[in-house]
Write a protein that binds this ligand. Structure first.
Ligand SMILES: Nc1ncnc2c1ncn2[C@@H]1O[C@H](COP(=O)(O)OP(=O)(O)OP(=O)(O)O)[C@@H](O)[C@H]1O
Ligand SMILES: [Mg+2]
Length: 246
């Protein structure tokens, strides 16, 4: 693997899967061999021995996942925090297995996109949070946030928690922003977050028609992502250049 990114968010349901898929679709379009991973997924469905994660299925479609068990190594049925789901289902979040799967996948791809679960302080097991997993994977981070009321607080809290834990934050993407009739809150929040934290704003995505993670529908996600998100800033200068050359 030449590079990769960990997509985290200020909360659950904020758009991590959509942003991860948008990036995967755009990189594939540029000819990059892109791999995805949803290392821990809760709220999965199907028979116990073949539990399916909506997120992993959507991401595998976006990136042509070729090694299903590796892309989604830790799956739970209950839509709960992973540590609680694991306790109820008498299983565990096996971090060694996750990291082994990640290393194996990384060997097959040029660029890895890893979607987190909830936010970075979600506990995966005792004394081990999503932030620990990001560090162990040695990946930089993109934070997905909403742009409405509360976004300043949620985004700065996530950014601070990332910095305290020594993570490299590439920037913030705001999701589901209004493109017309936007409120004063939506208009000013991204700038306030940038001014207070110094962290780059990588762009924002509007509400996209016919996009649905659960129904595995992409709508015009690729085209809109390409137009509105600073992809090269996510990739980093040297990787972006090598992609352009090839
Ligand atoms: N820009 C958008 N336009 C239209 N629908 C969206 C957009 N972003 C997200 N959604 C929808 O909102 C829901 C939540 O988005 P998504 O699954 O990407 O969030 P998440 O942060 O990955 O959630 P989780 O914490 O469950 O992994 C999904 O049903 C998705 O289809
Ligand atoms: Mg998701």
């Amino acid at each position: 693997m030449k590079a990769g990114i960990f997509i985290t968010g200020t909360d659950t349901e904020v758009g991590k899967t959509v942003i991860s898929a948008g990036l995967a679709l755009c990189l594939r379009d540029r000819g990059v061999k892109v791999g995805i991973m949803k290392p821990v997924a809760t709220g999965c469905y199907g028979p116990e021995e073949r539990l399916v994660s909506h997120d992993a299925a959507f991401l595998m479609e976006a990136a042509e996942g070729q090694f299903p068990p590796l892309h989604s190594p830790s799956r739970f049925r209950n839509p709960l925090s992973p540590n609680v789901a694991a306790m109820i289902e008498k299983k565990e979040v096996n971090v060694e297995k996750i990291l082994k799967s990640f290393r194996e996948l990384a060997g097959h791809y040029d660029y890895m996109i890893v979607e987190g679960i909830g936010g970075i302080m979600v506990p995966l097991k005792k004394d081990y949070y999503v932030a620990n997993l990001i560090r162990d994977m040695k990946l930089p981070v993109v934070i997905v946030s909403h742009a409405g009321l509360g976004a300043i607080n949620h985004t700065l809290l996530t950014f601070d928690a990332a910095m305290i834990r020594g993570l490299e934050v590439k920037g913030i993407i705001f999701n589901r922003v209004a493109v017309s009739n936007y409120s004063m809150v939506e208009l000013t929040n991204p700038k306030v977050v940038h001014d207070l934290s110094g962290v780059p704003i990588l762009g924002s995505l509007p509400e996209i028609d016919d996009l649905q993670v659960e129904g595995c529908r992409f709508g015009k996600l690729k085209e809109i992502f390409q137009e509105r998100i600073q992809i090269d800033k996510i990739l980093g200068e040297s990787f972006a250049k090598s992609v352009l050359k090839s």
